[in-house]
Design a protein around this ligand. Structure first.
Ligand code: FAS
Ligand code: PHB
Length: 393
């Protein structure tokens, strides 16, 4: 079957879905293709922290209703080491807060909005292929329910994540890839347990990093640093609870991590990755298809939202006036924000984790860095302004 649209979007994660909503508000038609089921994407637990800029963009697009009711505004985070907690007061240092609201909730809201408008969003597709994007007539091919489809479009948005097909479809020699793997990963759980604290706690400990986050007054989102090759079988629930407790213990022995049923468990590898440029002809990459940050800085989803904000502006300018300036400048504009987020995420990750090849000097130097950070208003302001999100260009 043949179809025609202005923008073909591959991937229904935060990037693809938010782009489709922004294009609709600009009167631009799009078709979104997703190779997983709706239930799968709506229940895949991932990011949890929205920058103020992300919340503003969702609100400006009329998509912030439930976020406004259920999102949890946080005025700071705690950095914990040597049994002591140090609060980084975002509001005092930057005047901004963050909002804790699960990525899967954002995805639910975006899907509901897309479907309520009766606009095309196809789940469970297969055999997606993109071609012709180096010329003027890009085409997306895919199958659905055993039927072969072809979408002729003006532009393709590759929003299909790190493991998608769009980036690999770009001919060899076009992209420059920048990569760094870290010698550790995160074991993450979603637990039916009340949060241990009102705000997030990032803990540096000689046994490894731990992060105490949350989703609601009855749901905790918790992470412990684990080996890069570990798998879920290496981490029974009681080992996870014990490590969370030991790595976040306070010197007075009073702090407790409330326990509860583990509802989801998963290991997230730690990598930094950037593909430059974020476009090839009429194919534009956005979100994880173009870049990955270690989640320590809570940047991944926020970068994806910023990318498609820029891409929607560029496409709207093209259809409104024929101008191609913003399209030509899309990649460079995104990459300025991406590389700053890469730097911040790398810095948070290397500062807070225990590195297996650390020397005694390294361990002591890292503690000195944490002492300096939590004792210097200038250093805390630098962390705060990056964590809450730098202004969009
Ligand atoms: P996504 O990966 O979210 O979405 C891409 C979509 O494309 C998916 O739905 C996928 O099914 C679909 N797709 C893939 N191939 C396709 C094909 N061939 N055809 C059609 N569809 C296709 N970030 C944080 O800030 N904090 C975190 O704690 C955090 N935890 C994470 C845990 C995991 C396991 C992963 C993988 C990522 C995590 N991230 C985290 C980063 C994450 O939040 C991403 O930054 C965010 O999902 C980026 O959104 P998208 O670019 O839309 O990509
Ligand atoms: C989360 O709540 O899932 C979360 C919060 C902060 C991070 C990473 C993940 O840095």
């Amino acid at each position: 079957m043949r179809h025609r649209t202005q923008v073909g979007i591959v991937g229904a994660g935060p990037a693809g879905l938010f782009l489709s909503c922004l294009l609709a508000r600009a009167g631009i038609d799009s078709i979104v293709l997703e190779n997983r089921s709706r239930d799968y994407v709506e229940n895949r637990i991932r990011a949890g922290v929205l920058e103020q800029g992300t919340v503003d963009l969702l609100n400006e697009a009329g998509l912030g209703g439930r976020l406004g009711r259920e999102g949890l505004a946080h005025g700071g985070i705690e950095i914990r080491f040597d049994g002591r907690g140090h609060r980084i007061d975002f509001l005092a240092l930057t005047g901004k807060a963050i909002t804790v609201y699960g990525q899967h909730e954002v995805v639910k809201d975006l899907i509901a909005a897309r479907l309520a408008e009766g606009r095309p969003l196809h789940f469970d597709v297969s055999d997606v292929a993109v071609e012709g994007f180096e010329g003027d007539s890009p085409v997306i091919r895919y199958s659905s329910a055993g039927v072969a489809h072809e979408i002729a479009c003006d532009f393709i948005a590759g929003c299909d994540g790190f493991h998608g097909i769009c980036r690999p479809s770009i001919p060899a020699g076009v992209l420059t890839l920048y990569e760094r793997s870290y010698p550790f990963a995160w074991m993450g759980i979603l637990a039916a347990a009340p949060p241990a604290s009102k705000e997030l706690i990032y803990a540096h400990h000689e046994r490894g990093f731990a992060l105490l986050s949350l989703r609601s007054p009855t749901l905790s989102r918790l992470y412990v640093q684990c080996g890069p090759e570990d798998d879920i079988g290496d981490w029974p629930d009681d080992r996870i609870w014990e490590e969370l407790q030991r790595r976040t213990a306070t010197s007075d022995g009073a702090f407790r991590v409330p326990q509860g049923a583990v509802l989801q468990k998963g290991i997230t590898p730690m990598r930094s990755f950037v593909a430059e440029p974020m476009q090839c002809g009429r194919l534009f990459l956005a979100g994880d298809s173009a870049h990955i940050v270690p989640p320590t800085g809570a940047k991944g989803m926020n970068l994806a939202i910023a990318d498609v904000h820029y891409l929607a502006q560029a496409l709207a300018a093209h259809y409104r006036s024929g101008s191609t300036d913003l399209l030509a400048g899309y990649s460079a504009r995104c990459l300025r924000r991406v590389w700053n987020a890469q730097r911040f995420s790398w810095w948070m990750t290397t500062m807070l984790h225990r590195h297996p090849d650390d020397t005694p000097f390294d361990r002591r130097r890292r503690l000195a860095e944490l002492e300096y950070l939590t004792g210097s208003e200038a250093a805390m302001r630098s962390l705060a302004e990056n964590y809450v999100g730098l202004p969009l260009e």
